[in-house]
Design a binder for this molecule. Sequence first.
Ligand code: SAM
Length: 210
Amino acid sequence: MVEVVETARGRGGELVLRRDGDAFEVIENGVFLMDTRNGESERLLVTGALSPGASVLIGGLGVGFSLRAALDGGAASVVVVEREPAVIAWNRSGPLRTVHADALADPRVRLVEADLVPWLSGTSERFDALCLDIDNGPEWTVTEGNAHLYSEAGLARLAGLLNPGGVLAVWSAGAAPVFAARLRAHFGKVCEVPVEVPRGEPDVLWFAQR
Ligand SMILES: C[S@@+](CC[C@H](N)C(=O)[O-])C[C@H]1O[C@@H](n2cnc3c(N)ncnc32)[C@H](O)[C@@H]1O
């Protein structure tokens, strides 16, 4: 039986944390956002972009699968940008903490509570890997403002935030052909990776380098 653990008013709308047996689910504005059942593509988003000693940016904490993968993969530093205080609390001291073995307590991690879109415009930091998973995909965003990230201007900004040889990695719950074409126009090398999931369309990851 599915049980509501907590409901919170978030910056992007209503957030619900649910438990279904051993699994937790995060729902935003009635739209499924993330659960703790699998996490294969969320981990690959990071391991596919990571080199040992890398500086990593993770957009969207979720349930911390990507963050745990960055730490286990040997990242030297990880900045996590997450806009929802409730998601942060559930991961820091709530039921999601054990999902990633308290990854937020690792000294390599800096958690920034902010909307990723304006934060990226304002930062002067540069990264070896930018790993973005804040939406169901570039063509299915959870809030309208997130769409900027995948636009011409958003991709130009992301390209400028990468160190030489750095990798931009983007997660999607399915194909996004218009975005993929735009990405190829901005980056010299783009690799599209489908990841099979237990039910439905494969997740899709893109790894892009200048
Ligand atoms: C699908 S989950 C991320 C899953 C994550 N990769 C993992 O391994 O669990 C998306 C996360 O992005 C956050 N988010 C959505 N829009 C955001 C934004 N504009 N800025 C920062 N975080 C955002 C959501 O609150 C949510 O925690």
